[in-house]
Design a protein around this ligand. Structure first.
Ligand code: OXK
Ligand code: ADP
Length: 601
């Protein structure tokens, strides 16, 4: 049954419509299936209908067969972009996004995205074809030889290899469970070339497949943990809620909103939690972030880790006296991972469970303890926040109203802000340094899971992969706001955007370089400075090369017109938005992370 019969000929002429081989053996008339079809059937059985990948040895025919069997197969120009697409599809849908690659180099290209998915808690499965085990293990120099499973292990939440067709059902089931249960993450599935052609009895094959029941089981928090959290929250004089991308991922939007509104506690959205409640919500403290982090006395983290993005929960950001000093806050942390608490500072009330269950348990406890009498936070705390917030909003409005020549980040992003306000269902993909930081604080989001960005690693290169997946998965308009440097990492995928005719509008904030375009080579030599690109580059022509719409915008009015037209037409569009080349600082708002040499010159 699981003998590695060489059925290349049979597989090549298989009746692809039925998903089974029409071959017969000498001994008896028997319906056969093979690895190709079992993998496709196992994915489809589990509701997975899309593959992001790049064909080549040994998975080319698999991509053809998957398409023939009705799956959507989106082919990219580089595996990293396919991997990023899979990862964000997983974030958006709760189904693991599938990235399919060839062996060794293709696998390695996809691995960056897998590691990034694991880091960000996005569910994805990287499926890579691999070379002959016997040759790989003896290091005899096979085509694209590499022990992929061993290499993937430390970067994945889990890693599996399937050697026999009869185990495909189990392999895919394990990969799905590992990706989406508990804290989601990236899973590697190694499929050696030989597996695809292996045949087995079709009926036995069908029976070997597993439809995963309850792949991401709810995890109900303990009642005493709920009470502990509630007591701490009640004792607060200056409470704050921090919503992270775990909260966005959880898809329990109404309950989160109810918790925030019922308690009246100000909240801070982390970057990808923007829009979970509309950024214009009166309880949003985003516009006075530094103040609330330093002043809050009890902070409830909902699907947000106290990593670098939250200054590790200590130091000056949190009102501590020095770099590593604790600021005196008490923390409640809602997280599905029991190991997350105390990662950086003491967590006084860990609440372990899935966010949906934790938030509804909190709401139920609030209602039964206090009912309508839950005391809102003290007025002096709310007033202090409101005053600072409105001052900052007014300052921002003033800056955005300016119309400098040349255009700068603010005047360009004022346009994007209006466009998103008018099209709140559009997905906003965002990467860069300044292009990222300015977009985050200028462009308000109104709906959950619409802002897709560089995440936990601050990684560059997610842009076009995220944009393609967001368009494919949601069917909505995608607007990708890209720094000119960030765009370069995945820019070739504009061909993919055009090939699938996706409603993606890429806006490149072009200031001629990494951070900005004004550095000079101190030696006076012929090479430009390491941060400087070709001046006046016309990225819009790239899009035109593949039949998309290219536009060149030097004023906010031109940018607005081109964006509106892109949204109206839903045509693949790239707008080269030329901004002041002196605009931008080193690494945006995280300049302090750049080590500086003490030695001058
Ligand atoms: C926010 N703010 C506002 C508003 N929203 N003011 C007015 N109006 C509105 N709507 C204020 C807010 O109060 C802050 O001011 C400031 O704007 C910035 O806010 P925010 O939320 O963006 O926070 P901050 O301090 O920039 O950083 C928090 C962060 C975030 C670290 C979580 O920056 C982040 O997600 N960074 C990711 C960075 C990254 O990954 N970069 C890629 C590196 S590129 P104050 O006065 O209250 O503080 C690279 O690879 O190398 O350079 C490289
Ligand atoms: P941010 O960068 O927005 O602060 P993080 O990626 O640091 O967000 O944190 C997300 C957290 O959410 C992780 O610790 C992860 O374990 C948690 N998480 C993800 N999904 C769920 C879920 N469904 N329920 C509870 N916690 C979750």
């Amino acid at each position: 049954m699981d003998t590695a019969t060489d059925t290349k000929a049979a597989a090549g002429t298989a009746s692809e419509n039925a998903g089974h081989l029409g071959a017969t053996t000498d001994a008896q008339s028997q319906e056969l299936t093979d690895g190709f079809h079992l993998i496709i059937d196992a994915l489809k059985l589990n509701g997975i209908d899309t593959i992001f990948g790049l064909p080549g040895i040994p998975i080319t025919d698999f991509t053809r067969k998957a398409q023939a069997e009705g799956m959507r197969v989106i082919s990219f120009r580089h595996e990293q972009n396919a991997g990023n697409a899979a990862a964000i599809a997983g974030f958006m849908t709760h189904k693991p996004g599938i990235c399919l690659t060839v062996s060794a180099p293709g696998f390695l290209n996809g691995l960056t995205a897998l590691a990034n998915a694991t880091t960000n808690c996005f569910p994805m499965i990287l499926i890579s074809g691999s070379s002959e085990r016997e040759i790989v293990d003896l290091q005899q120099g096979d085509y694209e030889e590499m022990d992929q499973l061993a290499i993937a292990k430390p970067l994945a939440k889990a890693a599996f290899r399937v050697l026999h067709a009869a185990d495909i059902g189990v392999g895919i089931a394990r990969a799905i469970r590992a990706a989406v249960s508990g804290r989601p993450g990236g899973v590697y599935l190694d499929l050696p070339a030989k597996l695809f052609g292996q045949t087995m009895d079709a009926e036995a094959g069908r029976k070997s497949l597993i439809k995963v029941v309850d792949p991401a089981p709810r995890q109900i928090p303990a009642q005493d943990a709920v009470q502990r959290a509630l007591e701490l929250l009640k004792s607060a004089k200056r409470p704050l809620i921090v919503l992270g991308k775990g909260a966005a991922y959880a898809q329990t939007d109404a309950d989160i909103r109810a918790l925030v509104e019922k308690t009246g506690i100000p909240y801070l959205p982390m970057s990808m939690a923007k829009g979970l409640l509309p950024d214009t919500h009166e309880q949003s403290a985003a516009a006075t972030r530094s103040y609330v982090l330093a002043e809050a006395d009890v902070v409830m983290l909902v699907g947000a880790r106290l990593n670098w993005l939250l200054s590790h929960g200590k130091g000056k950001t949190w009102g501590g006296k020095a770099h590593k000093d604790w600021g005196g806050q008490k923390f409640i942390q809602i997280d599905i991972s029991p190991q997350e608490a105390d990662s950086n500072v003491r967590i006084d009330a860990p609440l372990v469970g899935d966010i949906g269950s934790c938030v509804s348990a909190l709401l139920a406890a609030i209602n039964s303890n206090a009912g309508p009498n839950w005391a809102k936070p003290p007025a002096d705390w709310l007033t202090a926040i409101a005053e600072r917030k409105h001052k900052n909003l007014a300052k921002m409005a003033e800056t955005l109203a300016r119309d400098p020549t040349p255009m700068n980040f603010h005047s360009a992003l004022a346009v994007v802000r209006d466009i998103i306000k008018a099209n709140p269902d559009a997905c906003l993909v965002n990467e860069g340094a300044n292009a990222l930081d300015f977009t985050r604080s200028i462009v308000d989001m109104y709906r959950p899971r619409k802002r897709l960005d560089v995440g936990t690693w601050g990684v560059m290169g997610i842009g076009m992969g995220f944009a393609v997946a967001a368009a494919v998965v949601s069917g909505e308009q995608v607007i990708a706001i890209e720094g000119d440097s960030a765009f370069g990492f995945s820019g070739m995928e504009v061909e993919t955007v055009c090939r699938y005719n996706l409603p993606v509008c890429v806006v490149i904030l072009n200031n001629n370089g990494v951070y900005r375009g004004t550095d000079v080579n101190p030696t006076g030599g012929p090479d430009v400075a390491p941060t400087v690109f070709v001046k006046g580059a016309r990225y819009d022509k790239l899009m035109e090369a593949f039949g998309g719409v290219g536009a060149h915008a030097t004023t906010p009015a031109e940018l607005r017109k081109s964006m509106e037209e892109a949204i109206r037409s839903r045509q693949p569009t790239l707008i080269n938005a030329v901004i002041d080349e002196t605009a931008g600082t080193e690494s945006g708002r995280i300049t302090s992370l750049n080590p500086q040499s003490a030695k001058k010159k």
